[in-house]
Design a protein around this ligand. Structure first.
Ligand SMILES: Cc1cc2nc3c(=O)[nH]c(=O)nc-3n(C[C@H](O)[C@H](O)[C@H](O)COP(=O)(O)OP(=O)(O)OC[C@H]3O[C@@H](n4cnc5c(N)ncnc54)[C@H](O)[C@@H]3O)c2cc1C
Length: 596
């Protein structure tokens, strides 16, 4: 049976030492987010995830969703769990109090999202999509639409979706065909088919609000001709209750590799009534709000899966007895030693751990910057924070989901043959983690976003929000002897990142294919340096606390040891990535298509 415990101690360390909760509650509007309150919220959230959501994860995977006569039934227990979730107000945790939300920082919500994704990724899809719809509507919806629909999304009685993908287009949304025609009453008639729509139909809420990309009759070709519409499953009545059925129906659900308890639907829109969100033909801008938040959230899904995979791998490695330690018997009273004594098993465990803890720190830093970008009184500080988030979004999405998948694979490997069978529970994490690398823009597309958009933006201004603080921190750490063994590998890796960036800027400007060819290796290199930066920060804090005799010494010593593992065993990947980047596009592009 799989296990899960929310990593509260590590979250606390990240919030106190890396982000600084006092800075958070100093932001206007977050005065109530004191360390005490945040601690209580996360403890309650941990309980919900461990006791309510986690027990449904494996059964939900086994049962999956059912489709009958246009209706989707979620697996046993999901309805009750969702009711518990919304009754306690979790859906509105970081939403605007003007619409019934609790107005807590996005950082707190991000930490909770990690717990949810570890406990039950399929369940997390339903509230996650609603939050995405909330974000887009809150930013671009008219006041009238906001008043009508946001309170329902915030209290969770209605849920949301994002309907982008069509049978002939996923990555290239410029070629979508769904149409929207004005109906003369201020609304539009939407017609078209969307596929792969998460939470498109289900039995958890009384209504579903679809945010749909479609083209107006006079739309220019490509992404400049796409508009965003809100299309409810049931039309709403003036008193806010659910009215007649709208022209949207679920045609079927997918039978898929993972996240089986999350419904993935074909949605048919036929003269469905919808309302424009934002300006005509500017739908991609509004959808990007939703997609950027969703990209960060999908990154956190990867982190959640890395964490739960690690926990299960360690649990098994302590219990499973096989072979004897190479340095002599460790458990003489037993027929064999636990496999945790073996260097190769430790390599696996520490890899998953170092990735998860590094990603948690980086995810928290990015989420904190989301809060700063929204709440800080100083315009320049808000802009800088926003640019840091923009730069880091493709890295969080792609790197975290890659390490989520890698860590899930590690958990299977550590379990040996037992990891390959369903009952053990860890092969589900591999299957669930796989989709995170694909949806919300595949990881290859994230890499192109990083090199094609984020690097050149404003003459490299976004980059400076990362390069400057990392450079400063490295320089400061160089002055401290006790940090020498940690900062030297990071300094070398950072130099490789700088060289790779200059190379891509120079070659990519002349030939975009050069940038495209380097993109995925570059994103990984960048991400590894970013995690290294977090590990330097964490080891510095851990050492200082150990020296001061402040805190849980076992926890802090483990931090220092994991930092050493990261810097010496994982960060050196940057060297091979750098060599691959310098090889350029030729090895990829010289082969004729016919020769493949
Ligand atoms: C379980 C699940 C849930 C989903 N949920 C939703 C949802 O809620 N809403 C929604 O709208 N969609 C959803 N999707 C769709 C998902 O976002 C798309 O599958 C994804 O964006 C990729 O699109 P595609 O499948 O059409 O692949 P394609 O776009 O056909 O891409 C195929 C491959 O080609 C690569 N590729 C494509 N174009 C380029 C390029 N220009 N440069 C380099 N490489 C390229 C891609 O990286 C990919 O590896 C979901 C999908 C699944 C499976």
């Amino acid at each position: 049976m799989p296990i899960y415990k929310a990593p509260l101690e590590d979250v606390r360390f990240v919030l106190d030492e890396i982000v600084g909760l006092d800075k958070l509650s100093a932001l206007p509007g977050y005065e109530e987010a004191t360390p005490e309150l945040v601690g209580q919220v996360l403890e309650e959230g941990a309980k919900l995830c461990e006791e309510v959501l986690f027990p449904l994860n494996q059964s939900g995977d086994g049962e999956g969703c059912h489709f009958e006569n246009g209706v989707v039934h979620t697996p046993k227990g999901f309805k009750e769990a969702y009711a518990t979730y919304i009754e306690a107000g979790w859906q509105g945790l970081a939403c605007d109090p003007a619409y019934g939300g609790q107005g807590l920082p996005k950082l707190v919500n991000t930490m909770l999202e990690e717990f949810i994704c570890s406990a039950n990724l399929s369940f997390g899809m339903y509230p996650g999509l609603s939050l995405g719809a909330y974000n887009a509507l809150a930013m671009y919806g008219s006041d009238e639409l906001k008043q009508r629909f946001l309170p329902k999304l915030v209290d969770g009685t209605w849920s949301g979706t994002m309907c982008l993908t069509e049978p002939h287009c996923g990555t290239d949304l410029g070629i979508i065909r769904t149409k929207a025609v004005p109906d003369g009453e201020g609304s539009y008639k939407i017609t078209g088919t969307k596929i792969f729509i998460s939470a498109g139909e289900h039995d958890l809420t009384e209504n579903i609000l679809h945010l749909v990309l479609a083209r107006l009759p006079d739309a220019p070709a490509g992404t400049r001709g796409i508009s965003l519409f809100l299309v409810p499953k049931f039309l709403d009545r003036a008193d806010g209750s659910v009215g007649p059925r709208n022209g949207v129906a679920c045609g079927s659900i997918e039978h898929k590799m993972g996240i089986k308890a999350s419904s993935t639907c074909v949605m048919n829109f036929e003269d469905a009534t919808g309302w424009l969100v934002g300006e005509p033909h500017k739908g991609m801008r509004a959808m990007f709000v939703m997609m950027n938040a969703a990209r960060l959230a999908v990154g956190i899904q990867g982190l959640g899966l890395a964490e739960v995979s690690y926990q299960n791998a360690v649990n098994y490695a302590r219990e499973r007895l096989q072979g004897r330690s190479l340095s002599g018997v460790k458990a003489p009273d037993k027929p064999a030693d636990p496999i945790i004594v073996h260097p190769d098993v430790r390599r696996n465990l520490l890899t998953a751990r170092a990735y998860a803890e590094g990603a948690r720190a980086l995810g928290a830093l990015v989420a904190y910057n989301l809060d700063v970008a929204e709440k800080h009184p100083d315009t320049r500080t808000r802009r800088d924070a926003d640019e840091f988030v923009q730069l880091m979004t493709p890295i969080v999405k792609a790197l975290f989901t890659d390490i989520g998948f890698e860590s899930a694979n590690i958990a299977v490997q550590v379990h040996g043959g037992h990891g390959f069978v369903w009952e053990t529970g860890v092969e589900q994490y591999v299957r669930d983690a796989r989709i995170c690398q694909i949806y919300e823009g595949t990881n290859g597309i994230q890499a192109l976003d990083l090199v094609g958009r984020k690097l050149p933006q404003d003459m490299g201004r976004l980059l400076r929000h990362f390069f400057h603080p990392v450079g400063r921190d490295i320089e400061a750490a160089m002055q401290k002897d006790e940090l020498g063994e940690f900062v030297m590998p990071l300094a070398k890796a950072f130099a490789k990142l700088q060289q790779a960036t200059a190379l891509i800027a120079q070659k990519g400007l002349k030939d975009p294919e050069e940038a495209g060819a380097a993109a995925s290796d570059y994103l990984r290199l960048f991400g590894l340096v970013a995690l290294g930066w977090m590990w330097l920060s964490m080891v510095e804090k851990a050492q200082a606390k150990l020296a001061a005799g402040d805190g849980d010494a076992a926890f802090l010593e483990a931090k220092v040891k994991t930092a050493r593992f990261y810097m010496t065993k994982l960060l050196p990947q940057v060297n091979s990535l750098f060599i691959a980047i310098t090889a350029g596009a030729k090895p990829l592009m010289e082969m004729d298509e016919a020769a493949f």
